[in-house]
Design a protein around this ligand. Structure first.
Ligand code: COA
Length: 382
């Protein structure tokens, strides 16, 4: 996982908006969130999370067959954020694509990758949820901007002998609720309301919080139970539920409706807010790091959000190195050397371009065109 260093507390928000720490904590459970710096885009946060996942699983980038990135805040319509990450990883044999299913995107992506592995078409995949929600907030809309934050989480899936991994998934959508939350993009009509409150601005998020709240509390229970039924796993056998981190009250309502103790639900929204597609993998990675998941445990992921979409997965977790981390030093060096090579190649291209500029006989002057190498100066992939 990777979260930006910059912290925005509720008190910081109260300094620029008519809100308070008490209101935000009481209504959402959120205390602070992380905000990306200028050079930290979805691809930058995503590649950092993916490198960490490869390190922990001790897999080399060229072993990866597929990179799926769930994001609502990509840098471009195309090329995909996944392709940028593929390049920076040096995953030279991987296909890569972005997936749009809002806050359910990570669970959707996990299912796509797991199915591709089960079918035998690929062996190893990385699924990443990564977001820079701070860039699409309307910072005047106090009922929405207080909820979201930035971050990324990644997992590696690999074919194996044991009956483990993604056992079942339930994917759902109800497009009749498409106007309850969203981020208008190029093809969207501009919509202005008479009261000026519900304007749909290009690349800015809008949300009907109350409606979304009701939708979320309605779908969680049935979705979790359906995915458990599909995998023949009993609720009582589930070690942890990793819900999308939208609102503490939504998670509490889910625990009540499933008649489960709240401590079996992973929550970290007090520190990161709602990081959309990144929230489930970040919460999952933190649960793993805290030792809350053991080899062979059943866990359930449940996501919900724009679309409307919702999705839940039952997973039997297999720890790659249950007896402790056994990372091969040679492979670790190879990964690092690969990343250094990608960065060297980028610099080399930049130097070549600079040399070309000095050539008075050059037929085409590169500065007459958009210089794509300048993009590489912008992104901070350290
Ligand atoms: N600070 C202070 N007051 C605020 C506020 C803020 N940040 N945001 C809204 N208010 C006010 C409202 O203006 C309203 O005032 P009024 O009664 O004078 O009109 C009052 O608080 C209550 O607003 P309401 O919208 O009913 O609050 P709520 O309890 O429903 O909480 C949300 C609002 C957004 C926190 C809540 O609806 C929510 O979390 N919804 C789900 C959103 C979500 O998770 N989306 C992502 C899903 S992927």
């Amino acid at each position: 996982m990777c979260v930006p260093e910059r912290v925005l507390t509720n008190d910081d928000l109260a300094a620029i908006l008519e809100t308070s720490d008490e209101w935000i904590k009481a209504r959402t459970g959120i205390k602070e969130r992380r905000i990306a710096d200028e050079g930290e885009t979805a691809a930058v946060l995503g590649v950092r999370a993916a490198r960490r996942a490869l390190e922990i699983t001790d897999i080399l980038p060229h072993q990866v067959d597929l990179i799926v990135v769930a994001t609502s805040t990509p840098e471009n319509i195309f090329p995909s954020t996944a392709s940028m990450i593929q390049h920076w990883l040096g995953a030279s044999k991987a296909g890569a694509f972005d997936l749009s299913a809002a806050c359910s995107g990570f669970v959707y992506g996990l299912d796509m990758a797991a199915q591709a592995i089960k079918s035998g078409s690929i062996d190893t995949a990385i699924v990443i949820g990564t977001e820079t929600m701070s860039r699409v907030m309307n910072w005047q809309d106090r009922s929405t901007c207080i909820l979201f934050g930035d971050g990324a989480g990644a997992v590696v899936l690999q074919a194996g002998e044991r009956k483990a991994g993604v056992l079942s998934t339930v994917l759902r959508s109800d497009g009749s609720g498409f106007d309850l939350l969203g981020i208008p993009a190029l093809g969207s009509p501009e919509i202005r309301s008479k009261d000026g409150l519900h304007e749909r601005r290009l690349h800015k998020m809008y949300m009907s919080g109350g409606e979304v709240f009701k939708f979320a509390t309605r779908v969680i229970k049935s979705s979790v139970l359906e995915s458990l039924h599909k995998s023949h796993v009993k609720l009582s056998d589930v070690k942890l539920i990793v819900p999308h981190q939208a609102n503490k009250r939504i998670i509490q309502a889910a625990a009540r409706s499933l008649n489960m103790d709240e401590d079996r639900f992973v929550t970290n929204l007090e520190r990161y807010g709602n990081t959309s597609a990144a929230s489930i993998p970040i919460a999952l990675v933190e649960a793993l790091e805290e030792g809350r998941v053991n080899d062979g445990d059943y866990i359930v992921l449940i996501g919900f959000g724009g679309g409307l979409t919702w999705a839940s997965s039952v997973i039997r977790w297999v720890i790659p190195h249950p007896e402790g981390r056994v990372v091969n030093r040679y492979r670790e060096q190879r990964r690092r050397a690969g990343y250094a090579l990608v960065s060297l190649r980028t610099r080399w291209k930049r130097w070549l371009k600079a040399l070309q500029r000095l050539n008075p006989f050059a037929r085409f002057r590169p500065e007459d065109f958009d210089d794509p190498d300048e993009f590489d100066d912008y992104y901070d992939v350290s």
